[in-house]
Write a protein that binds this ligand. Structure first.
Ligand code: SF4
Length: 411
């Protein structure tokens, strides 16, 4: 086996090893199936990828790739050449192992990352290790914020997602860690396919400007979906023919694999996504990692929900207000007078102001501003805050989130 020499100067962690680890299998690669059913070339052709990624119109590139029927290997080769060291494959621990295989075939260095939500199957962890060994790579694991998960579980228990939906848990265990990881990259490569999810993945482009996440320094992030036009059948033909490792759960009837409590096997002829979040509406089954796939309306609502949730998790006292609102001014005056640090979000000047107001209404049932939260708990509007101040309850609420203010003197 050739030496594996990760370059710490270039990549923080994982890069692929030299191909010798898989050399014995290379003849099998020739038979792998492309989306069009054609045979793959023995090795990726030299890419004519441009050197200056910033100058490229990636939407146009995506359209061109689709028109030309580029194979997944060619798409990945382009991504690796265009963003050397700054693009990574998102590996879920399921059949998207073919992405790793295709990246390996390009002969270029590549990075792979995975989100360890803390709730994966033991088989998935073993599969990660197998893939690392098979390709001689180290996967870059990304973990949730322990404080955030601790707060969620301690407040709502281990299985709150069965009661109030998977979004909150997914946000803490998947979306935020992913956002953090993507903030270190310029592009990412996903295993999304059009045939995976009814309603949410029927329009997955091969290349796109990521509609939901940002890259390094808040820059535009490029998202490559090389398997967009590949069917499940074709993916499995590739896995079988190339003899790459796969997750043992697939032998037990699992197709789409995520976290253990939210994944179950499916029966013959059941759609694969029926094994994920089966207690929820089929057309909204995205965990947030690919929320740009949701219909514009649903995507906007989710983005607004996320904005509200992010604001609440970022500060102990949050006031959603609007300009020229005397009640908002009274609320802020009171908090300022009490020397209470608070975050003021002027919902009116936000680009998605209407969506945020709708998100607040969904969360609290309140249609007016100010909308006040202490420690993530909804307090109400200005009238409730003033009443709490007069009764002394406000001091206790603030103390519960570590903000100490004197009790107002009784007169
Ligand atoms: S898939 Fe389930 S356990 Fe995993 S992060 Fe989402 S809700 Fe939580």
């Amino acid at each position: 086996m050739a030496a594996f020499a990760p370059s710490a100067a270039v990549f923080a962690t994982a890069v692929r090893t030299a191909p010798a680890a898989c050399g014995a299998r290379s003849s099998a690669f020739v038979g792998a199936v492309t989306p069009a059913g054609a045979r793959l070339p023995a090795a990726a052709p030299r890419s004519s990828a441009p050197r200056m990624a910033a100058e490229v119109d990636f939407d146009a590139v995506g359209e061109r790739f689709a028109a030309e029927g580029k194979s997944p290997v060619e798409v990945i080769d382009y991504a690796l050449e265009t963003f050397p060291g700054e693009v990574a494959i998102a590996f879920s621990g399921a059949e998207d192992v073919v992405l790793v295989e295709y990246a390996h075939r390009t002969g270029k260095p590549f990075r792979v990352f995975a989100l360890d939500t803390g709730r994966l199957h033991a088989e998935t962890y073993k599969f990660f290790a197998k893939v690392e060994k098979h390709y001689g790579i180290r996967i870059e694991y990304t973990f949730p914020d322990s404080g955030e998960v601790e707060a969620l579980v301690n407040e709502k228990g281990m299985f709150s997602f069965y009661e109030d939906g998977h979004q909150e848990c997914c946000r803490a265990r998947k979306v935020r860690p992913l956002r953090k990881k993507l903030g270190t990259l310029k592009a990412w490569i996903t295993g999304q396919r059009k045939d995976q999810s009814p309603g949410t993945r029927t329009a997955v482009p091969v290349v796109q400007l990521d509609p939901a996440f940002k890259g390094i320094g808040d820059s535009t992030l490029i998202k490559f979906n090389p398997l967009s036009d590949v069917s499940s059948e074709q993916v499995w033909a590739t896995i079988r023919m190339t003899e790459v490792p796969y997750n043992e759960l697939h032998n037990q009837g699992y197709i789409s694999i995520g976290c253990e409590p939210c994944t179950r096997p499916v029966l013959p002829n059941q759609h694969e996504r029926e094994g994920r979040w089966w207690w929820e509406e089929a057309t909204q089954k995205e965990c947030g990692l690919h929320k740009g796939n949701l219909s514009d309306e649903a995507g906007a609502a989710q983005a607004a929900d996320d904005l509200v949730a992010d604001a609440l998790s970022g500060a102990s006292v949050v006031v959603f207000s609007k300009t020229s609102c005397k009640f908002c001014t009274a609320t802020k005056d009171l908090l300022t007078k009490m020397d209470v640090p608070f975050t003021d979000i002027n919902a009116e000047i936000l680009k998605n102001s209407a969506d945020v107001r709708a998100a607040l209404e969904r969360k609290t049932g309140q249609t007016t501003v100010p909308n006040i939260f202490i420690g993530g708990r909804h307090i109400g509007g200005n009238a409730e805050l003033q009443a709490a101040s007069q009764s002394g309850a406000l001091v206790e609420m603030l103390a519960s989130v570590g903000i100490s203010v004197p009790q107002p003197s009784a007169k």
